[in-house]
Design a protein around this ligand. Sequence first.
Ligand SMILES: CC(C)(COP(=O)(O)OP(=O)(O)OC[C@H]1O[C@@H](n2cnc3c(N)ncnc32)[C@H](O)[C@@H]1OP(=O)(O)O)[C@@H](O)C(=O)NCCC(=O)NCCS
Length: 333
Amino acid sequence: MENHRTAQISGTGSYLPANLLTNKDLESLVETSDQWIRERTGIVERHIAAPQEATSDLAFQAARQALDAAQLSAQDLDGILVATVTPDQVMPNTACFLQSRLGCKSIMALDVSAACSGFLYALTIADQFICSGKFKHILVIGAETLSRIINPTDRQTCILFGDGAGAVVLSANTNNPSSKSAILSSSLGANGSLGDLLSLPGGGSRLPFNQDVLDQKLYFVHMKGREIFKSAVRTMSDRALECLNQAQYPLDKVDWFIMHQANLRIIEAVADHLNIPKQKILTNIDQTGNTSSASIPILFNQSIDKNLVQRGQTILMAAFGAGLTSGGILLQY
Ligand SMILES: CC(C)(COP(=O)(O)OP(=O)(O)OC[C@H]1O[C@@H](n2cnc3c(N)ncnc32)[C@H](O)[C@@H]1OP(=O)(O)O)[C@@H](O)C(=O)NCCC(=O)NCCS
């Protein structure tokens, strides 16, 4: 029966721009130190898009890999969802640029804006389209060029963020109905009353671009880091527990935990809070920094490439971000 359809990850891909910005490089740009950044965040280096690279260019590379891994052509896709807060342009959306560049048919092409939780929001939306029977294959991407919206002279934010893209193809299990691979549960949330903690105030309909926006640098990300930290630990823990609860799945049976790579100390605090064994936690923040919506799909793809994550294993993903949004997904790969 159509409404018993499940969706599985049929392929993954990721892309990190070649240009590296190390903690040492940052020492000459703002008042900071390699030691401070390592100790407070776990970050050592981050990748920065070349001037000619836009978000859809990063997304394209990740998408091609994911399609190849899924053994599908762009023509097989029924939809593209791009989670991003750094679209190529306000319009057309980034998914449309990608739809054209990949050579897809006329399909659904939509951007999802939920900041660092965006990929888990998009994957949940894609899962609904597939489980309802409407679509068979959806390309789900998290892609960001955060370096374009970070103030290079603000030491609170410029040390944290990097650029990159991660992609998955989510496919209906119709060809293989006995497959256990599926999205097992998902939990999404938001607390808009804390929106001021992380925002980019300028350039929207409330504060259109004008001289004031330029003078006050309101086209850059503004962040209250310490306050976000506490909320991040609480909401990621809540989303993870909700996923386990919904699926009636015990935490000790989860093979791998992939949390949004924002700060190693946040990840460790969630692990302590939930009693997650350290060896089950996957991280790459030392090499990527915080790539917002791209962080989870990049780490997922890298962990598959390294043969850490294998078919049949269960992965619990959790994220938080501006909004403040939060999300969790429990899946069997
Ligand atoms: C931003 C963050 C790394 C700061 O770490 P922290 O341990 O909270 O540090 P604090 O803000 O309390 O600052 C501690 C001191 O370091 C200083 N400091 C801040 N940034 C610094 C930097 N880059 N280099 C050196 N010193 C720095 C502060 O000025 C402060 O100095 P003081 O004690 O003399 O006042 C941390 O709060 C964080 O990661 N928060 C979450 C942010 C996040 O994830 N945002 C994205 C959400 S998706």
